[in-house]
Design a protein around this ligand. Structure first.
Ligand code: PLZ
Length: 461
């Protein structure tokens, strides 16, 4: 029966002018959210999970406001998407203009300027001083799939090399490229062939110590490519410059440059998956720049468009043009409203110097996280760059992952009105991805709450 279904509530106004405060007026989740969650469970498929069942009506700056009137501190940014803030002024203005002019024509049928302007911006902003071209899609997974298609067309080879702990998406090819079985792959096979997974340069867990990790892991990967995969079979090496869902693993120093060089020497397309790391998040416009790596292709999404669905593949013009006319595309890829949002988001990144702001956020957060590591023996590692930071939680005195404590700390943060996310192959990483426009006082207050959550969920050492 559908006669009693309520009309959807009109959203309150969000954006940067929303009061920047943590305010709890009910338990989390509050009664209205609980009622909506019951409706959700009736109507929405079980496979789509919800981390925190709090229903949002407005958001902006560093807060999310829920249907019960609670204002939560946002340390997740919708998984690194609203880096420019929710309902960012320039994004809203561009979207309103575009949505009133026209909403869709399909770029493959009758084009429009916004698509071209976004590609020009991407070609100019991505690393590499050579002619570049771009193509636009809807989701991160779609961008990764297309990057692989382009690399295969260019090289005439089929193998794709990926790494342990990698996350590249949920479509059939990207499930094959993703490392973790549960929840991403379980029961969904068979998977696409010609995907080869090599050891990752994971400094915290490298057997001979973090200082040896980069060079040793690179040597192992290169040896495996030569002996097991076969260099002449490899179309692409695909890697996240900082692994996202895998646990914010910053590869040991030298790993990325060595892989990139090996690719250049052997006609392999080096693809950086910057879907989570891109657009100022790590304190560089793109994370590969921390080690001066220049990929052949870069896949982007998330932070590109302030919350609207848009993704892209950008790279060397000769590689990008290897796919035949009509070989790339999709009905909605580079939708005009999403392109307008992207132009607004890029403008905001420049205007507010969000690259610099990501570094400021690191300067505030990283020392506090290291203090936690000093106080609580369960903190095995503190890592990340810019506003992409994480702590790895282990059983004290060991490196054994402790997912139960990680989840207890996250739940305590949620109950106190701070949205933190978990990650990691072993589910034992707390990750922090605040919108880059979050004010300092909310960052500090969120860290205070985190500290209390550690104290309540673990024993201080
Ligand atoms: N590559 C590096 O981080 C998306 C996934 C959330 P889509 N990460 C969040 C979930 O559980 O589905 C991601 C990423 C990297 C690719 C993707 C895929 O991007 O836009 O979710 O397809």
């Amino acid at each position: 029966m559908t006669d009693s279904v309520d009309l959807v509530m009109l959203p309150a106004r969000g954006g940067p002018s929303l009061p920047q405060e943590r305010r709890l007026v009910t338990e989390i989740p509050g009664p209205q959210s609980v009622a909506l969650f019951a409706r959700r469970n009736e109507a929405v498929a079980r496979g789509v999970s919800t981390m925190l069942p709090v229903f949002i009506t407005a958001a902006g700056g560093g807060v999310l406001v829920d249907v019960d009137g609670n204002s939560l501190i946002d340390f997740g940014a919708g998984i690194a998407v609203v880096s420019v803030g929710n309902a960012a002024e320039q994004v809203v203005a561009e979207v309103i203009d575009q949505v009133a002019a026209f909403t869709h024509t399909c770029f493959m049928i009758t084009p429009y300027e916004g698509y071209v302007a976004v590609c020009e911006q991407l070609n100019a902003r991505t690393p590499g001083d050579f002619p570049k071209k771009s193509a636009l899609f809807n989701s991160g997974a779609e961008a990764v799939e297309n990057a692989v298609k382009i690399a295969r067309a260019f090289t005439g080879r089929s193998a794709v090399v990926v790494f342990e702990h990698a996350y590249h998406g949920r479509t059939n090819l990207t499930m094959a490229l993703t490392a973790k079985n549960m929840p991403y792959k379980h029961s969904f096979g068979p998977f696409a062939p010609e995907v080869y997974r090599l050891p990752m340069a994971y400094p915290y867990r490298w057997p001979t110590g973090p200082e040896n990790c980069g060079p040793e892991a690179a040597a192992a990967a290169i040896s495996a490519m030569k002996t097991q995969v076969g260099v002449d079979e490899i179309a692409a090496v695909l890697i996240e410059p900082i692994q996202g869902e895998g646990g914010f693993i910053v590869p040991g120093e030298g790993f990325l440059p060595a892989l990139s060089q090996f690719c250049t020497e052997n006609g392999i397309v080096f693809i950086a998956d910057e879907i989570q790391t891109g657009f100022a998040r790590t304190g560089e416009m793109f994370a590969v720049s921390h080690e001066n790596v220049v990929p052949d292709l870069i896949a982007t999404a998330k932070g590109i468009a302030g919350g609207l669905p848009l993704s892209a593949v950008t790279g060397r013009a000769d590689i990008m043009d290897a796919a035949h006319v009509g070989g790339l595309g999709g009905t909605y890829g580079g939708n005009p409203v999403a392109c307008a949002a992207a132009l607004g988001a890029m403008h905001t990144i420049d205007e507010l110097d969000l690259v610099g702001r990501a570094r400021d956020i690191e300067a505030i957060m990283a020392p506090r996280l290291r203090e936690l590591a000093g106080r609580f023996a369960c903190v095995g590692d503190v890592r990340g760059r810019g506003a992409m930071l994480a702590v790895e939680i282990v059983k004290p005195g060991t490196t054994d992952p402790d997912a139960a404590t990680t989840s207890a700390i996250a739940k305590a943060c949620h109950a106190a009105g701070v949205v933190v996310l978990t990650a990691g192959t072993y589910g034992n990483v707390l990750r922090f991805l605040p919108p880059l426009v979050i004010p300092d006082h909310l960052l500090r207050e969120g860290l205070d709450v985190l500290e209390e959550a550690f104290a309540a969920s673990t024993k201080a050492s």
